[in-house]
Design a protein around this ligand. Structure first.
Ligand code: KIV
Length: 278
């Protein structure tokens, strides 16, 4: 087991707090790197690797809570998990998702929900799914000094409307709609926008058209940054792995092997050994 609090990232000593203005200034500069986390120890690990943005995504509904999609995640779920991440006091920027129906219904409610994520949970910015439809809500949040990250394309909260997890922007008309949504997010005052599940060519085009950074997930290499769900990268979520996710370490397999060893050692009396006893 490592020493508690061990710094792992290459520049861990020189790192300072990442802010939304830092992210904005990375447009077409050094690529932005973001990973999800939903709890305190994972946030510590992600931060020690020098990741720029910790996203407390509502993907937690699927990879942590076992729901079939993200639509059942509540504001209380998001506050609970965001607070755990914020307690790690990461240098990375902490962005929390507004879950299904927490935005897009009324501007007043959206401000209230986003306010909870900042005031109660310690988020430093919020992420909202949608484009043209929620431009005024983004504007209202920014006016209230709550930084916003947008999210367009295959927005998972819309899966019932989309008829499933379907790549967006495949036809000319659909591509124009995704572009319009991304522009609306920028016009609302967001500091960055996630592009999810769109053809790579469209990801590159939107990145060129916008002044704010784009952060892709299944949107190709032309984006200003990339985000992945940590459970997908580490094979901690076993139900399925999306095409856009790369497996960086099979921690799921390692965990299973470790637990099998534990079971065997307890059953045959090798654990606990002398050094584990008082
Ligand atoms: O909920 C989430 O983790 C997300 C990312 C997939 C971008 O929104």
């Amino acid at each position: 087991m490592g020493t508690p609090g061990t710094k792992r990232g290459p520049d861990a000593d020189e790192r300072r707090k990442v802010t939304t203005t830092d992210i904005l200034s990375r447009k077409q500069g050094e690529k932005i790197v973001s990973v999800t986390a939903y709890d305190y120890p994972t946030a510590k690990l992600v931060d020690s690797a020098g990741i720029d943005i910790i996203l407390v995504g509502d993907s937690l509904g699927m990879v942590v809570l076992g729901y079939p999609d993200t639509t059942r995640v509540t504001m209380d779920d998001m506050v609970h998990h965001t607070a755990a991440v914020a307690r790690a006091r990461p240098q990375a920027l902490v962005v929390a998702d507004l879950p299904f129906l927490a935005a897009g219904v009324s501007v007043r409610d959206t401000i209230g929900h986003a306010g909870r994520l900042v005031r109660e949970a310690g988020a430093e910015a919020v992420k909202l799914e949608g484009g043209v439809r929620i431009r005024e809500e983004i504007r209202a949040l920014v006016d209230c000094q709550i930084p916003v990250m947008g999210h367009v394309g295959l927005t998972p909260q819309s899966i019932h409307a989309f008829g499933g997890f379907k790549i967006q922007g495949k036809t000319q008309e659909a591509a124009e709609q995704v572009l319009r949504d991304a522009i609306a997010v920028q016009e609302g005052g967001a500091f960055a926008v996630v592009l999810e599940g769109i053809p790579s060519r469209l990801g590159t085009r939107i990145t060129h058209e916008l002044d704010i950074p784009t952060i892709g997930i299944g949107a190709g290499p032309g984006c200003d940054g990339q985000v992945l769900v940590i459970h997908d990268m580490l094979h901690l979520f076993l139900d399925f792995t999306p095409k856009f996710a790369k497996l960086y370490a099979d921690v799921g397999d390692m965990t299973c092997a470790a637990l099998t060893s534990f079971r065997e050692e307890v059953r045959d009396g090798r654990f606990p050994a002398e050094e584990h006893c008082y």
